[in-house]
Design a binder for this molecule. Structure first.
Ligand code: ADP
Ligand code: ZN
Ligand code: ZN
Length: 743
């Protein structure tokens, strides 16, 4: 008798621990050495069954074999993922200190997480069972006759028949008469796209800079190299991507294109589709589970040439990957902010390295992390400094708000400028990153402010919906009629949100239709696309929006862009706030003057003398970012150092603080015994910027070092000990490696 096989299974549970199961003989029909990476269904805690992945076979086992539970089902007949992707996920679990089972689950589509088979859904087709049907017999049964005529010509899917007006009832009747039969067919997938690959003849003549960038990459297509394509907005980065893609696709290799938000930029996908006649599949959270699985399968089987997707598309298992592009690489959405806190850009670079292929990071406003690597020579730095085509860069200026009479935040100068641009039949974008009517409701008599009872934050007043809303915990409150302190009924909306600005614009510019784009009025995907179409058709003249409007849209008639209020970011205690403001300013400015009309950008501030603003206005992002990088190096902040953040939150503040205090002791002991206590800085515990949110007190402990591996090592040795602290069971805590958000 052979000894039973033990499988170590990684489950999606929040523990750095895997579980051993016995694989019953009757389940094993293939080789033992293909077990790792296959999904299993296993019993876990009581009667529950969970889906997990085998990560080791016949490991050293702490328990007697007869104590182990049995695997219920071996789902896959082969490892689900390609070997290199699997080992990358193991690396990510290690680097981000996140349980492997959950990393694996996050990397695969929902249907596969639930244990469904990794196959395309078959489609229902109908065909005639006998070719010589006497169609004249059906003179009086018009519907049946129509269906038969259609099916005599060719077999058709149920969907196609339905579109022709054939009902299921008709099909069933004909089936009972044994005249037609149904069958299930796999959807068409084009595995031979490389053989009929071509591109459109219509292409712009490249600028010299574009041509240089393209050949820099295409001369080394068969090896790992990371490129930073730093190109100002409108300089034709997408055109560079398309030209680099061409030889990749011509060789039958696939490309992964990762973008911040696909739902908001349908234009991007359109440009790829218009250029190449290859199958392009998209992946983003707006797709249903079935569509996500289909995209994933097309990538895996090679029937997708290009996969365009948001953050998690970087985990697409590709048959023959040849290139990765990260567009707008600075975008914060590439970092997952909960659970498995990976950074898609960083994972992508690791992946390109492992698969030995080129990777391109493109941005008009590179993150300081990427810029640091490029300036140090780790990445090859490519520049596009000129706008492509006829577009000229916009001019920029500041409006000093000090002492001015403002109308919902609009200065008289800005109103005058708007009139000038609108009178020339152009469009104007106003940018205000604050939804709602007003950020605070205040008592006019005594100054009392309506504060959220669960957060260190004020309620935002939403006028049209008529309620108060906390943007941090989502709690709501009816609008109070009286001050809770002095009883006055004079409660006034203080500060300006997009809803209020919209109201003012409609009154101030009655002849120029205004549209507001923020999360409150674009909840439905269709409504956002409808707005984009209406903006492009010129239905709206004034576009007012939050961050959503800053992303990659192309509006050819916009000539004036104004940032209404940026002062908050100037004095933030988050060291990345100025970098974000500079990126936002530059990206928003990039919306002005995209075609032949010259654009203008204005920025309203109470602090026109602020060095950051001066730098941006006078010298642009390039200059600003180099200076900001030097400041970071001097202050020993990322990217010149590396960080990991432990967060804890509890209903009682001392619980969270004490727990992190104990973690601190654990890490201190480790660094002392490793002799690295001088190189690894441990800061905290300190309260988070917003100490109380949704009723929880939040604390943080920061690890920092100029050597990345020392952070990994310290965490690796300490976290299991932190996990064993009984104090940790009474609260929620998490680890964030390379954190970008300290609120
Ligand atoms: P970016 O991604 O850098 O903001 P795009 O790739 O969107 O820039 O290009 C901006 C505009 O310039 C687009 O309308 C594009 O079609 C056009 N364009 C790009 N390259 C050229 C070129 N070499 N000649 C003329 N027009 C170009
Ligand atoms: Zn009052
Ligand atoms: Zn709240």
């Amino acid at each position: 008798m052979t000894s039973p096989i033990i499988c170590r299974v990684a489950l999606a549970i929040p523990l750095h621990k895997q579980f051993d199961y016995v694989l019953p003989d009757y389940l094993l029909t293939t080789e033992v050495d293909t077990l790792v990476g296959r999904r299993v269904r296993v019993p876990f805690g009581g009667k529950r069954q969970m889906i997990g992945v085998i990560c080791d076979v016949n490991p050293e086992c702490d328990y007697a074999i007869d104590k182990l539970k049995k695997v219920t089902q071996l789902i896959d007949t082969a490892p689900l993922l390609d070997k290199s992707l699997w080992s990358l996920l193991r690396w990510a679990a290690f680097y981000y200190q996140h349980p492997l089972g959950d990393v694996f689950q996050q990397a695969i589509p929902t249907h596969l997480r639930q244990g469904k088979e990794a196959i395309f859904k078959g489609e229902e087709y109908w065909q005639v069972s006998d070719s010589d049907i006497k169609i004249d017999d059906f003179k009086n049964a018009k519907k049946q006759r129509q269906a038969l005529l259609l099916l005599q010509a060719s077999k058709l899917s149920y969907q196609q028949l339905k579109e022709q007006g054939v009902t299921r009832q008709t099909l069933n009747t004909l089936k009972e008469k044994e005249l037609i039969t149904s069958l299930e067919l796999q959807p068409e997938s084009d595995l031979n796209w490389a053989n009929h690959f071509s591109e459109t003849a219509q292409k712009p003549t490249l600028t010299t800079e574009q041509a240089i960038a393209i050949t820099s990459v295409t001369q080394y297509m068969e090896q790992f190299k990371c490129y930073l394509l730093e190109g100002i907005t409108g300089s034709g980065k997408t055109e560079v991507y398309l030209n680099i893609l061409k030889p990749i696709l011509a060789k039958g290799k696939q490309a992964l294109v990762i973008v911040p938000e696909i739902g908001l930029t349908p234009q991007t996908v359109q440009r790829f589709k218009a250029r190449f006649n290859v199958p392009i599949h998209i992946k983003h959270s707006g797709l249903n589970a079935r569509q996500q699985l289909d995209t994933w399968l097309h990538a895996q089987q090679g029937s997708a040439a290009i996969i365009i997707g948001t953050r998690s598309a970087i985990f697409s298992d590709c048959k023959n990957l040849g290139l990765i592009i990260i567009d707008e690489e600075h975008d914060a959405s590439f970092k997952q902010q909960e659970g498995f806190r990976y950074h898609a850009r960083d994972f992508a670079i690791k992946r390109a390295h492992k698969e030995n292929i080129p990777i391109i990071l493109g941005s008009a406003t590179p993150s300081l992390e990427t810029l640091h690597n490029a300036l140090q020579g780790k990445y090859k730095h490519l520049y596009l400094t000129q706008r492509a085509g006829k577009a000229k860069p916009p001019s920029s200026s500041l409006i000093n708000l000090a002492g001015l009479h403002l109308k919902s935040g609009l200065s008289p100068q800005l109103i005058e400028l708007m009139h000038q641009h609108l009178a020339r039949n152009n469009q104007v974008i106003l940018f205000l990153n604050r939804r709602g009517y007003a950020p605070v409701l205040m008592c006019h008599e005594c100054g009392w402010l309506v504060k959220c009872s669960r957060c260190d934050a004020f309620y935002t007043y939403h006028k049209s919906a008529n309620y108060l809303h906390c943007h941090h915990c989502s709690s709501t409150l009816p609008v109070p009629h009286q001050c809770h302190d002095c009883g006055s009924t004079q409660l006034i909306a203080t500060g300006v949100g997009t809803e209020q600005l919209e109201e003012t614009l409609k009154a101030e510019f009655p002849d120029y239709p205004t549209v507001r784009i923020d999360r409150d009025n674009t909840r439905k995907k269709e409504s956002f696309n409808q707005y984009l179409n209406d903006i492009n058709s010129g239905k709206y003249k004034i576009l007012l929006g939050t961050q959503m409007l800053a992303k990659g849209h192309h509006f050819s008639d916009v000539t004036l862009v104004a940032l209404i209020d940026v002062d908050g970011a100037l004095f933030s205690n988050d060291f990345r706030a100025s970098e974000r403001l500079a990126q936002l300013f530059t990206q928003v400015a990039g919306r002005a003057g995209r075609e032949e009309k010259k654009g203008q950008v204005v920025l309203q501030t109470h602090h026109p003398e602020h060095s950051l603003l001066q730098d941006l206005i006078n010298n642009g992002y390039q200059e600003f970012s180099r200076n900001a990088l030097q400041e970071r190096v001097i202050a020993q902040l990322p990217p010149s150092t590396y960080q990991a953040l432990l967060r804890a939150e509890a209903s009682v503040p001392t619980l969270a603080e004490n727990f992190l205090g104990l973690c601190r002791q654990i890490f201190s002991q480790i660094t002392v015994s490793n002799g690295t206590d001088k190189q690894v800085l441990i800061l905290g515990p300190i309260p988070a910027n917003m100490e109380r949110r949704a009723g929880k007190y939040r604390f943080q402990l920061l690890l920092q070092s100029s050597t990345r591996s020392l952070i990994t090592q310290t965490l690796q040795q300490g976290l299991t000990k932190c996990e064993q602290l009984p104090e940790g069971r009474k609260l929620k805590w998490s680890i964030d490696v390379d954190p970008i958000d300290f609120t």
